[in-house]
Design a protein around this ligand. Structure first.
Ligand SMILES: *Cc1c(COP(=O)(O)O)cnc(C)c1O
Length: 216
């Protein structure tokens, strides 16, 4: 499966595949590693810490799930990117812990554009307001790289495309406000909808079940 996805990505040389390995055993990650995969996404801190111990040191770990502030310290020394910044307070804590670890951490703001009511993420308006406030400029332990979103959970390709387009539009709208060459990451597309995401400007796709099978 991984090989097939890598083939599909051949026409998109600038897109990063984040292999979402949550709930899957280390052997599954090792297999993917053996096929050349280096970027892995996890959504729980404890699980991430255990897997990191068991995997080669050149794996780049991305955090993609809801992150509790009291757990940031444990991943700050090594995490490659946090896709799921869903509140300003979390961003502040990541900046604080990054600084304590002597690092600057790449982060994405999680946007909720889907039809579902989700507890997590910034609405389009909240994201606009926060970035326009300029408060993030004081947070020197983080580098704002872009936006992450999940599309509505539906078979309706038009609806999914609409969600990704909304995120892409906000990304471009905010570029002058952020005014950074590092503002260049658009993380959208999962197993069921990544081909649409590739058509709608994704730079990072987060694919789990298509690579590792359905979990459980
Ligand atoms: C689990 C998860 C994915 C991967 O989902 P699949 O449908 O298994 O590809 C991507 N992004 C986030 C935020 C996730 O929690």
């Amino acid at each position: 499966m991984l090989e097939q996805i890598h083939r599909q990505l051949a026409g998109h040389p600038d897109v990063t595949l984040v292999a979402v390995s949550k709930y899957h055993p280390v052997e599954a990650l090792r297999r993917a590693y053996g096929e050349g995969q280096r970027v892995f996404g996890e959504s729980r801190v404890q699980e991430l810490l255990v897997k990191r111990e068991a995997m080669p040191a050149d794996v780049e770990w991305h955090f993609i799930g809801h992150l509790q502030r009291n757990k940031v310290r444990q991943i700050a020394p090594f995490i490659g990117m946090i896709h799921s910044i869903d509140t300003e307070r979390l961003l502040e804590e990541v900046s604080r812990q990054a600084t304590a670890a002597g690092r600057v951490i790449d982060v994405l703001l999680q946007l909720h554009v889907a039809e579902e009511d989700t507890k997590f993420g910034f609405s389009v308006d909240e994201c606009r307001t926060f970035l326009a406030s300029g408060r993030w400029k004081d947070l020197t332990g983080v580098r704002l790289r872009g936006l992450m979103c999940m599309a509505t959970n539906t078979d309706d390709a038009d609806r999914i495309r609409h969600d990704f387009r909304q995120a892409a539009a906000l990304f471009h709208e905010m570029a002058p406000t952020v005014d950074s060459a590092a503002w260049n990451v658009r993380s959208w597309g999962m197993s069921s909808d990544f081909p649409i995401a590739l058509e709608e400007e994704a730079t990072h796709i987060r694919v789990g079940s298509l690579i590792f099978g359905t979990r459980g």
